[in-house]
Design a protein around this ligand. Structure first.
Ligand SMILES: Cc1cc2nc3c(=O)[nH]c(=O)nc-3n(C[C@H](O)[C@H](O)[C@H](O)COP(=O)(O)OP(=O)(O)OC[C@H]3O[C@@H](n4cnc5c(N)ncnc54)[C@H](O)[C@@H]3O)c2cc1C
Length: 391
């Protein structure tokens, strides 16, 4: 088999790249080691930045999103139960975010990939990139007992944090930066209306809480917890009591309780691996970087990577220009680091850290109060939250 771009991983990065390439007439094949149901069923991100919404629209993938997605013009912060709103739309001159779950995005991407004839090979085992430093890279994998090989011009490693692509870059050329946070997010999904029509990020002395949603009838709530917490210790009633306490007396009466149908603990990590290119291998999305979920940057960052990578491959196959692919790593990393900074900062002002003393807590409260009272601080938060421009 031969293609122009071989893509490893059918998550948001891999599939959006495949759609972008298809729209430019570039041939691509996606190799995914899981089933479609598994990838589509993963409960993950829920807030789309403006650039993600714009990309879905540009690719003609936005019909259901336009009907079912919730446009949010603002977001809310709470300090020990006192809430204030950040009017993102007004502060940024018109930008908003869209609440539309990653599962819904994946469903739209898979359905239209099938209609458009975009080739995705599921359950590809032992996927391995080869010859990435040569002009003739290729990928091998196993399926149903047979060995397969795909020759290509370029390989896009869109296979997430635990994938194989990053490992194809020699260790001595890779530089990684990492911060593992000493807590996780315990999250639940329940088919109950949200407590508020917009998100509420709450800093409480018992720990962070987030009131979020997937639709007007499906709520997503989180509480900060120790990373080794046992889920069995969190029956629904304990969760609802805790989240109500942390969100505070203004919000608690509006929290509609109901049975959770998903409950999990996600660890929090900041991670960047540089460079994002080696020879003919290009990394995009979680394969190259992870952010803590505070501020909802993870999936959106994968999207900005593939917009840049799609443009670079498009230019190459259109005109033979290597300027885009040569500049890809530096261009993508410039935006990645800004999103890393925002996610790290937003985490640091909203969570309780084990080493925090009274002074550190006062600093958090002072910072949140400063944001509440300063338009300049609110503009900074808002422009990062809706997503920085692509440069
Ligand atoms: C539990 C959890 C909760 C999250 N919550 C949020 C949130 O609230 N907000 C937010 O913005 N972000 C969130 N994120 C982050 C967000 O989901 C990711 O940033 C996003 O999925 C990145 O997309 P990706 O395509 O780069 O990687 P992934 O979604 O990880 O996709 C990679 C794909 O590659 C496949 N793959 C892996 N290894 C191989 C291999 N060897 N061969 C072939 N295929 C392979 C995987 O099966 C997967 O389908 C969350 C992540 C997790 C894990």
């Amino acid at each position: 088999m031969r293609t122009q771009v071989a893509i490893i991983g059918a998550g948001p990065a891999g599939l959006l790249l495949a759609h972008l390439l298809h729209a430019q007439g570039v041939d691509a094949v996606v190799l995914e080691n899981r089933t479609r149901d598994y990838v589509e069923g993963r409960v993950r991100a829920g807030v789309l930045e403006q650039i993600t919404v714009n990309l879905m629209e540009k690719l003609g993938l936005n019909q259901r999103m336009r009907r079912e997605g919730l446009v949010h013009t603002g977001t809310n912060l709470a300090i020990d139960g006192e809430i204030f709103r950040i009017d993102m739309e007004e502060l940024t001159g018109g930008s908003t975010v869209m609440v539309y779950g990653q599962q819904e995005v994946m469903r739209d991407l898979f359905e239209s990939a099938a209609e458009r004839g975009i080739k995705i090979i599921f359950e590809a085992k032992d996927v391995q990139p080869h010859g990435v430093e040569t002009a003739r890279p290729y990928i091998t994998w196993r399926q149903e007992g047979a060995e397969h090989r795909l020759d290509c011009d370029f390989i896009a490693g869109c296979d997430g944090y635990h994938g194989v692509a990053r490992g194809a870059i020699p260790a001595h050329l890779l530089k990684t930066y990492e911060r593992v946070y000493p807590f996780g997010w315990l999250g639940i999904l329940a088919d109950v209306p949200p407590a508020n029509h917009e998100l509420i990020y709450a800093n409480h002395e018992r720990g962070f809480a987030l009131a979020s949603m997937r639709s007007s009838t499906r709520s997503r709530y989180y509480v900060q917890c120790p990373v080794d917490e046992n889920l069995d210790d969190w029956p629904d009633e304990r969760f609802w009591d805790e989240v109500c306490l942390r969100l505070g007396p203004e919000v608690a009466p509006h929290v509609v309780r109901g049975p959770s149908f998903e409950k999990s603990i996600a660890p929090l990590r900041s991670f960047v691996s540089e460079p994002m290119r080696f020879g003919r291998l290009f990394l995009a999305g979680d394969a190259a970087h992870i952010v803590p979920p505070t501020g909802a940057k993870g999936m959106n960052l994968a999207v900005s990577d593939v917009i840049m990578l799609g443009e670079a491959f498009g230019d190459y196959f259109d005109s033979g220009s290597t300027a885009g692919i040569d500049h890809y790593s530096a261009r993508a990393l410039a935006r990645v680091w800004k999103a890393e900074r925002f996610s790290w900062w937003f985490t640091s002002i909203t969570h309780q850290f084990p080493e925090m003393d009274g002074f550190a807590r006062k600093m958090q409260v002072a910072e949140l109060n400063y944001i509440r009272g300063s338009r300049a601080a609110q503009v900074t938060l808002a422009e990062n939250y809706v997503g920085l421009p692509l440069q």
